[in-house]
Every structure is written in structure tokens, then in C-alpha cells.
Write a protein that binds this ligand. Structure first.
Ligand code: ARG
Length: 463
């Protein structure tokens, strides 16, 4: 834009303004305008502290406070003209403050730098996102709990290697995701607690000669304490990386659930019906109902992990303290946070609305010799066979059933006894899927009463 006159905020030693390309690569206002509320909150805290410590006149600070509030309402109303010539949100706000209150605005930047300013603003923004993600995760956990409670005793096949393994309950499968998302929630809570220290007052890198009160600004902004090392305060972006790391793991969990929904909603599985509100049609194939939201959630992890790696790569090898490289932090985190929030909301809606196909789940649970382990366990318990031998006997029975194209419970007693003479009719009781799941009562097991215990525990924890 302006390459005749030098920058009004820092152009004292410059004879001319920047080249247009320089301005284009340098300006961050196109994206960091999202930090406006945090920037204004930080400036208000700083102004109040400058007045309380006698560094600026109280009447000046009062003008700053009013002017900053005016700017906030202008931005909120969409009446603020952001200027690329003013580079970033910090200088856009300060320049507008000068328009409104005159040269006294120039006192606001006493004892601070854009380096501690941006570190503070960004921490505040990421801190808010941790809270938003936590709320999104809680809503998703509630939707999963609703499914688990309704289907605590609905049998379905449990898989390993995506091959039928042992019967489990629908509720148990849903609760597995509750546990995963609960760990995600605690990762965001941990990150939030660790990031809750205030960089403001670190100034450019070395602290300041003014007698500032860093506890005052830290507490005004809801931080637990000021950061203890000024070099670290302006050069640290661990908080953003922790947010991206927690987001990456959470996105990985979402992609696993999304993948299951894609598989389960297929005509081959028919385990779930997605609601019309969370599926789409095909423009050519009239019969189709596609799980697009699940597919997109499955894919979104790419952007989030990409952001994580991008920021790690930006930060790698940067010497202390601030370097302009660090301006590349924001777009990655903004995009990852927006993406994660959208994916969480879409998953919550899909899970809340979906209908499990209980008969299809039950039919699938009973196929694929899913109770073979129960049979082997019965041979151990009732006939005293060593487990390895029981495994072998059961394998022979499975082979026999396969040859006869039937399931294990369809084998006659004579067929069974041909493989092991001591087998009795009592064996049939363990070949039923309902009995199989009901027997798995060990803590954390799939038995419906265990699932109900976990549902009750989580319902208490989520109130
Ligand atoms: N827009 C900059 C950023 O996001 C603000 C800090 C600029 N500091 C500086 N010394 N140029 O990183």
C-alpha cells in the first residue's frame, strides 16, 4: 500500500515505506485480526497497571480504557478498517487509539513490546479454545453415553484385525470412545493449566526498567502467575504445540470412530442407520445415502496433524528470543482449532441421531464362530483340559462346522463327541452370544451390568 511514507509506528529511522511485496509477506493483519478481543483485553490490563504503578497518569489510562472499548465495539460491529500497512492487530489497534484519543495513546506501549503482546494475546486465544474444545468433547461424550445406555445389552461382534473375534455389547463399544474422548479432555485441561502463565511485561525480551507490576496484569487476565523468564516468555510457543498435539490425538480418535461409522453404515454391515440430517444423497444413484460427514471427519485429521508438524518445523532451531518466523504460528492453530470444533460438532450430531440396527448387530454377533473362545473356556472349566488342548479341540470343531456350513451351536452332540468324547449337552449353554457377553463380568469387561456401571459413573462425572 504505502511505499512513500515510512511506517508511523516504527518508521523513525526509515526514509521510505516498504515495497508492496515486503508488506505482503510481512503483514499478519489478514489473520491475526482474530486476536482483537484478546489484544484489547491485554492493553486494558496493561493500561490499568501503568496507572496503578504511576508510570502513566490515571487520567491518561482512563482515556486509553475508553478508547480501547470504543475500538472493541467498532470491531465487533464490523466497522473497523484493518490496514495492511499497519502490519498486525497490535499496531492497527494502537493506531486507531491514536485517532480516537490523540498522542496520549503513544504512552500505552510503555514497558511492553509487540513480542510480549502477541505472546499474551495468543495464549489467551488458545486458552479459550481449550475451553471450547472441552465443551465440544463433553457434548460428544454425552451423545455416546446416550447410545451406550440405550444399548447396554445389545450384542454385536467385537473385532480384532476387523475379523469377528468375540461378541461384545453395543454399549461397551460406545463406552470405549467415551474413555478415549475423556483422555482427550484431560489432555486439553492439562495443556490449559500449563499455559496459564502470563508473558506480558517480558517486553521485547529482557524485561523492562520501568517498575511494572506483572502480578497485576497476570491476574487481571486470569493467568495464575507471570512467566518467570522474559526470554522464555516471548519465545515460547509450547502452549500452541500442546494444543495442536492434543488436537491431533483427538482428531485421530474422531477418525477411528468416523471410519467405524463409514463401515457400519454400509449395505454390507448395516450396523447403523445415519439420520437424514447427517448424510447426503448421490446425484446419480438414487438409492444412495452417503456418510459424507463421517468421511470428512475421517479426513480432517490431515489438516490438524499438518498444522502440528508445520508449527513444530517453524519452531525447530529458532534461536532465543522472538523471531518473525513465529508469526507463522497463528494460521496453523486457527485452522486446526476451527477444524477440530467443526469435526466434534458433526460427530456429536451424527452419534446423537444415529440408530443402531439391533437385529443386524445380533445376527452378525452370532456368526463367524464368535463364541469359539467360550467353547474353549468351557472345555477348560468343565473337562479340565489344558487351555492349549482346549484351543486345539475347539479349532477342530470350528473346522467341522465350516465344512458343514453351519455355526457352532448347530453342530450335533454326536459331531461334537466325534472330536472330543467327553463333551456333553451342557456345552450348548456357552455357545449362545447373550450368555457369552453376560459372562464377561471382569472389571472393564463387556457384560451389560459392567457397561451400566460405567455409564452410571460417567453420567455422574459429566453433570
Ligand atoms: N505480528 C507479529 C507476530 O505475530 C507480532 C510481533 C511482532 N514483533 C516484532 N518484533 N516484529 O509475531
Amino acid at each position: 500500500m504505502s511505499n512513500q511514507s515510512s511506517n508511523q509506528m516504527w518508521g523513525g529511522r526509515f526514509a521510505s515505506g516498504p515495497d508492496a511485496i515486503m508488506e505482503a509477506i510481512n503483514a499478519s493483519i489478514g489473520f491475526d485480526q482474530r486476536l482483537a478481543p484478546q489484544d484489547i483485553a491485554g492493553s486494558r490490563a496493561h493500561a490499568a497497571m501503568l496507572a496503578a504503578t504511576g508510570i502513566v497518569e490515571c487520567s491518561d489510562a482512563e482515556q486509553m480504557r475508553k478508547g480501547l472499548l470504543t475500538i472493541l465495539s467498532e470491531i465487533e460491529a464490523g466497522n473497523f478498517e484493518f490496514s495492511a500497512a499497519l502490519e498486525d492487530i497490535h499496531m492497527n489497534v494502537e493506531s486507531r487509539l491514536t485517532d480516537i484519543i490523540g498522542p496520549v495513546a503513544g504512552r500505552l506501549h510503555t514497558a511492553r513490546s509487540r513480542n510480549d503482546q502477541v505472546a499474551t494475546d495468543f495464549r489467551l486465544w488458545v486458552r479459550d479454545q481449550c475451553d471450547a474444545v472441552e465443551a465440544g468433547l463433553t457434548a460428544l461424550m454425552r451423545a455416546l453415553l446416550g447410545q451406550a445406555e440405550a444399548g447396554a445389552d445389545w450384542v454385536m461382534p467385537g473385532f480384532t484385525h476387523l475379523q469377528t473375534a468375540q461378541p461384545v455389547t453395543w454399549g461397551h463399544h460406545m463406552m470405549a470412545y467415551v474413555e478415549m474422548f475423556a483422555r482427550d479432555r484431560s489432555r486439553f485441561q492439562d495443556a490449559r493449566a500449563r499455559m496459564n502463565e502470563c508473558p506480558l511485561g517480558a517486553a521485547a525480551l529482557a524485561g523492562t526498567g520501568f517498575a511494572i507490576d506483572r502480578d497485576m496484569t497476570a491476574h487481571a487476565l486470569g493467568f495464575d502467575r507471570p512467566m518467570a523468564n522474559s526470554l522464555d516468555a516471548v519465545s515460547d510457543r509450547d502452549f500452541a504445540l500442546e494444543f495442536l498435539g492434543a488436537s491431533s490425538i483427538c482428531a485421530m480418535h474422531l477418525s477411528r470412530l468416523a471410519e467405524e461409522l463409514v463401515i457400519w453404515s454400509s449395505a454390507q454391515f448395516r450396523f447403523v442407520m445415519l439420520s437424514d440430517r447427517f448424510s447426503t444423497g448421490s446425484s446419480i444413484m438414487p438409492q444412495k445415502k452417503n456418510p459424507d460427514a463421517a468421511e470428512l471427519i475421517r479426513a480432517k485429521i490431515g489438516r490438524i496433524v499438518g498444522a502440528n508438524i508445520a508449527l513444530l518445523t517453524v519452531m525447530k532451531g529458532l534461536p532465543l528470543a522472538y523471531s518473525k518466523d513465529m508469526q507463522e504460528d497463528k494460521e496453523q492453530v486457527f485452522d486446526a482449532a476451527d477444524t477440530l470444533m467443526l469435526a466434534l460438532a458433526a460427530m456429536e450430531g451424527m452419534v446423537r441421531d444415529m440408530t443402531a440396527n439391533r437385529p443386524a448387530l445380533a445376527a452378525a454377533a452370532a456368526s463367524g464362530f464368535s463364541t469359539a473362545t467360550d467353547l474353549a473356556d468351557w472345555l477348560v472349566r468343565e473337562l479340565g483340559l489344558p487351555f492349549r488342548e482346549a484351543h486345539h479341540v475347539t479349532g477342530s470343531l470350528v473346522a467341522r462346522a465350516e465344512a458343514l456350513e453351519c455355526d457352532l451351536p448347530d453342530l450335533s452332540l454326536a459331531e461334537m463327541q466325534a472330536v472330543h468324547g467327553q463333551i456333553t449337552t451342557a456345552v450348548y449353554s456357552v455357545l449362545g452370544v447373550e450368555n457369552s457377553v453376560a459372562s464377561r463380568r471382569s472389571y472393564g469387561g463387556t457384560a451389560p451390568d459392567q457397561v451400566r456401571r460405567q455409564v452410571a459413573r460417567w453420567k455422574d462425572l459429566l453433570v
